[in-house]
Design a protein around this ligand. Sequence first.
Ligand code: ZN
Length: 138
Amino acid sequence: MKSYHKELWFNVPTRRAFVNITPEVEQCLAESGVKEGLLLCNAMHITASVFINDDESGLHHDYEQWLERLAPHEPVDQYRHNGYEDNADAHLKRQIMGREVVVAITGGKLHLGTWEQIFYGEFDGRRKKRVLVKIIGE
Ligand code: ZN
């Protein structure tokens, strides 16, 4: 069995953003040489997500509005976590958008559904953060 891993670094200039990382993940798969197996991709920070959905700007706007309704950033003093930090909302947003995705590898390609793309969801940006890609298979 082959095994491969790589850490991808991101430094999003805004507090929140959704970044399509499918090309970077496909590059990892190509480097791995795995043709049949599984790929895990996870955020390595508790205020960021990795998730799969459509690369459509209206949907991303809707996510932003929905997440702000669920866990508004302001006022920051509404959260107990915000004694030392101001990112309690980012922890909550990360929880609902998820930590990781697992994608099947078939014929050397990501076996994604129609319109599925892999995203890095940043909820407390303006600093360097990592995403792990781990691939196992033959
Ligand atoms: Zn925090």
